[in-house]
Design a protein around this ligand. Structure first.
Ligand code: GDP
Length: 297
């Protein structure tokens, strides 16, 4: 990378100091200025950065510097630990009901976020786990979306349920669940319609599905490349319809992934998976420690 990473910057801030004694307030404040800049550059939400810096500061000031570490490494360790904790510490699995019951998952998100692709990617994961997923085309506004789901479903060897574009999404969802129960599918994944922007009718449509169908998990798909917008979108969806988890796509791009840090902090919901490319196999589980390393650089 052409730019100096945050880790390198911190090492440099502390270069002049000996690796002994305690971290002083002045040292810590100096280092945290760099951390703050780097986090803002990585598109972490401003409020999240403020709280984060405060909490690292409290933990770092007065810490004994272990003789095996430089002060820079000490601060990096504290920053790293706080980031991991902010993102929920451990990897979170999508909650599924037992195999003899039908788990309904509603996928939602703005147009272009990667929802339809991610839906097919997820189906592949469930298939690997020995489940029998059914993909459901609830996006009745974009005929291309139905076709796209069918093509991707076929690639994954997963069935796709569609009723064309002449029915309400809630009715398609109901019919799909009936179809699933008759044909032994145990994970029903609803690919709902996105819009270019947050929009009342989209939210109403999602609420209607939630109110009439036993949705076990509502999963939001957001584009990591959109940075702060991804965080705002997550906050809106969570407050309007309530989400259970987030999938962050396009992390194969050149974003640092600061959205990952903010989304968890702002919504309280875990990131479940990350999209790492356009191929249907490019979906990985989300590990907070790996993401912290990526943001730290
Ligand atoms: P939707 O409108 O939300 O259903 O979005 P699509 O699933 O149609 O995806 C929009 C575009 O993003 C497509 O070109 C996808 O191939 C691409 N895409 C989806 N996920 C990823 C990802 O993780 N990485 C990259 N590089 N592209 C992705």
């Amino acid at each position: 990378m052409a730019f100096e990473s945050l880790s390198e910057k911190l090492q440099n801030v502390f270069k002049g100091l000996k690796g002994k004694g305690k971290l002083t307030e002045a040292d810590v404040k100096l280092a945290l200025k760099e951390v703050k800049m780097a986090l803002l550059e990585a598109d972490v939400n401003f409020k999240v950065v403020k709280n984060f810096i405060k909490s690292v500061e409290e933990k770092a000031i007065g810490q004994d510097v272990m003789s095996s570490l430089t002060p820079g490494q000490m601060v990096i360790n504290i920053v790293n630990k706080e980031m991991v904790s902010l993102m929920g510490d451990e990897m979170t699995e999508i909650s599924l009901k037992p195999s003899n019951e039908i788990t309904v998952i509603m996928m939602c998100g703005l147009q272009g976020a990667g929802k339809t692709t991610t839906t097919a990617k997820l189906a592949g994961k469930f298939k690997q786990k020995g489940r029998k997923p059914l993909l459901v085309a609830c996006d009745v506004y974009r005929p291309a979306a139905i076709k796209q789901l069918q093509v991707n479903g076929e690639k994954q060897g997963v069935s796709v349920f569609s009723m064309g574009d002449g029915h309400k999404p809630v009715n398609i969802a109901k019919a799909a669940i009936e179809h699933a129960s008759k044909n032994d599918f145990n994970v029903v994944i609803l690919d709902t319609a996105g819009r270019l922007h947050i929009d009342e009718s989209m939210m109403e449509e999602l609420m209607e599905i939630k109110q009439n169908v036993d949705v076990h998990q509502s999963i939001l798909v957001v584009d990591a490349m959109t940075g702060q917008d991804a965080v705002n979108v997550s906050e809106m969806f969570n407050s309007k319809i309530g989400i259970d988890g987030v999938i962050l796509t396009k992390l194969d791009g050149d974003t640092r992934g600061g959205a990952a840090l903010s989304i968890r902090a702002v919504t309280g919901r875990p990131i479940l998976y990350i999209g790492m490319g356009e191929k249907l196999s490019d979906l990985e589980q989300f590990y907070p420690d790996r993401m912290a390393s990526r943001i730290l650089g």
